[in-house]
Design a protein around this ligand. Structure first.
Ligand code: NAD
Length: 244
């Protein structure tokens, strides 16, 4: 579905980002794998699939590094058809106990990161008169749990950014989507489980966690030309997740 496409995925060293990167490569794309410099897993992924991946070490909070990575990927791959703003962190805390550092870090990674990345990649997509930006939101944007005020606010911002960019650049052939996952089986979910697994499952009518590969299948569709008349919308994949 993505033959010949060139796509960058941020936070691709593990979890949902890794699954999206692999699914894009399997669907025929050349994929820019973003990871933070200290991480080994992205290098291992590249070694296993040598000519499908281009390593792009940068921190999404660092605007200069993001711009350099955009230039580097474009030079190697020739163009940029898709950019997946997947990198994210979740540092749960009731707002009154949250440290200024934790608040800042979540806003910087989850919201400023996608804004900086979009700003860096849009000129390339404008030149091409085509491109897709895919942002990773969360059910927390509309159905938050206790302890998620800052995380939820960043994801609400990501959804607003999605709609605003779709309006600003639709006429130029650029589509912008958001995926809004429910609980997905990744290290993030494991490390941030503020409540017991059975409490999470009680909120999921399908009564199981989602798999990163299921989110990746949706991402591949949205990045493909088959989704050519879809833009500005939020695509929920949550097993029917209900407000607690
Ligand atoms: P994860 O913690 O397993 O992976 C997150 C990835 O982002 C990692 O590769 C990490 O290294 C990277 N990352 C973090 N900060 C970064 C930075 N500053 N620069 C570059 N990369 C950075 O998490 P996941 O569960 O795979 O989540 C992926 C996305 O999906 C996130 O945006 C998350 O908010 C969202 N999400 C996850 C769930 C879930 O249940 N797992 C639910 C809803 C939304």
């Amino acid at each position: 579905m993505l033959e010949g496409k060139k796509i960058v995925v941020t936070g691709a060293s593990r979890g949902i980002g890794r699954a999206i990167a692999l699914a894009c490569a399997r669907a025929g794309a050349v994929v820019g794998l973003n990871y933070r410099a200290s991480e080994e897993s992205a290098r291992a992924l590249e070694k296993a699939h040598l000519n499908r991946f281009i390593l792009l070490p940068f921190d999404v909070r660092d605007g200069e590094a993001v711009s350099a990575a955009v230039a580097q990927f474009r030079e190697r791959a020739g163009r940029i058809d898709g950019w997946v703003n997947n990198a994210g962190i979740n540092l749960p805390d009731l707002l009154l106990s949250a440290s200024p550092q934790k608040i800042r870090e979540q806003i910087d990674v989850n919201l400023a990161g996608p804004i900086l990345c979009a700003q860096a990649v849009l000129p390339v997509m404008l030149e091409q008169h085509s491109g897709v930006i895919l942002n990773m939101s969360s059910v927390a944007a509309t159905r938050p749990s206790r302890g998620q005020a800052v995380y939820a606010a960043t994801k609400g911002g990501v959804e607003a950014l999605t709609r605003a960019l779709a309006v600003e650049y639709g006429r130029k052939g650029i589509r912008v989507h958001a995926i809004r996952p429910g609980p997905i089986e990744t290290e993030m979910l494991e490390s941030t489980q503020a409540w017991a697994a059975d409490e999470i499952l009680a909120r999921v009518p399908l009564h199981r966690l989602g798999r990163p590969e299921e989110v990746a299948d949706l991402a591949v569709y949205l990045l493909s030309d088959k989704a050519g008349f879809i833009t500005g919308s939020v695509h929920t994949i949550d097993g029917g997740y209900i407000q607690g």
